[in-house]
Design a protein around this ligand. Structure first.
Ligand code: ZN
Length: 149
């Protein structure tokens, strides 16, 4: 097993066991619900934006380990970011897991989200990993529900 996939497994397991920001946000002013019918992942993303900055973020729901870990890491990645930076991360993450962006050689701001690069080898899992991001994007654009199909 390569070093990256070993790291990937560890991080997924850790975030699945202890998801960060796993709570409903009472102060949310942007909320959306996302559903991935292929796998059954279902989650709600809560955002509190002030002056165009993501002040607080939370999520709740149920799904497979990959969707949960991706949601947990998404909340960490966008906290404190501007709406534009959050949208940009969504674009980069999406390009990486669909194989359009090589996060190792091309410039990006993905940081530790790079461990999800391996997901592109498993097309069915791409939707699990991107669901939290699609849901966050929907919330920012005041769309209440999003489905990956
Ligand atoms: Zn899933």
């Amino acid at each position: 097993m390569s070093e990256l996939s070993e790291l990937y497994q560890q991080v997924i397991l850790d975030h699945n066991k202890k998801p960060r920001n796993f709570r409903k946000l009472e102060t949310a002013n942007y909320t959306a619900e996302g559903y991935n019918p292929l796998c059954g992942d279902h989650l709600t993303v809560y955002l509190n934006l002030e002056d165009d900055l993501v002040r607080e973020v939370g999520f709740e729901g149920s799904g497979c380990a990959i969707s949960k870990a991706a949601a947990s890491m998404m909340t960490q990645a966008i906290k404190g970011k501007s709406k534009e930076q959050a949208e940009n991360l969504f674009k980069e993450f999406h390009s990486m897991v669909t194989g359009e962006l090589d996060a190792e050689t091309e410039e990006n701001s993905l940081g530790n989200l790079k461990i999800f690069a391996g997901v592109r080898e498993f097309p069915v899992r791409v939707k699990c990993a991107t669901l939290p991001w699609h849901t966050m994007h929907a919330a920012l654009n005041q769309q209440e529900q999003v489905s990956t199909e």
